[in-house]
Design a protein around this ligand. Structure first.
Ligand code: S3P
Length: 176
């Protein structure tokens, strides 16, 4: 189904912790709803011309968050797109307010174990490049959980495949 009354021309916004499957789910939704997928992380890298990891290393996290907020404002101006948000977009309440104006926000909730399995596969996540990544994941998840819960819908994803998550999202988007 390509049309949905609830969805209309609103954006579909995916939030959630690193490794929760946002990017894979976004790609699938893009195919199903025939919508462009915009990743805040990719747009930041394009704009800065270097990787997220290098931005953190050479310019620092506060700078990264500024660019991220600017990118969020830009993507939220669009209509009928899927927005794949970096895991820390929720930290700034202004980002959530901006995204909510034009979109329906989903939180892909996952477990610490599942995050660790996904993110330790590569070195792309500067925030987890620490001696004890598990402790860091637990700490960040605890801090951010109330912010993620500001989403319009929370979906459990830990034991689900991408297809199963997409089915759950379509139940909400297509049947409301
Ligand atoms: C971050 C998540 C990353 C990326 C950056 C910071 C975070 O995005 O934006 O490394 O603060 O949670 P993903 O959630 O796509 O890994």
């Amino acid at each position: 189904m390509l049309e949905s009354r609830m969805l209309d021309n609103r954006n579909i916004v995916l939030t959630g912790f690193m490794g929760s499957g946002k990017s894979m789910v976004s790609r699938e939704l893009g195919k199903i709803y025939r919508r462009e997928v915009l990743s805040t992380d990719e747009l930041i890298e394009q704009r800065e011309g270097i990787s997220i990891r290098d931005i953190f290393e050479t310019r620092g996290e506060p700078y990264f968050r500024e660019v991220e907020a600017a990118v969020v404002r830009e993507v939220a101006e669009r209509q009928e797109v899927i927005i794949d948000c970096g895991g820390g977009v929720v930290i700034d309440p202004a980002n959530m307010t901006t995204l909510r104006r034009t979109g329906i926000i989903f939180y892909l909730h996952t477990s610490v174990e599942s995050v660790l399995k996904q993110v330790l596969k590569n070195q792309k996540r500067p925030l987890l490049n620490v001696a004890d990544p598990e402790a860091r994941v637990r700490q960040l998840l605890t801090e951010r959980e109330p912010m993620y819960r500001q989403a319009d819908y929370t979906l459990e994803t830990a034991d689900n495949t991408v297809d199963e998550i997409v089915v759950k999202m379509r139940e909400i988007l297509d049947h409301d």
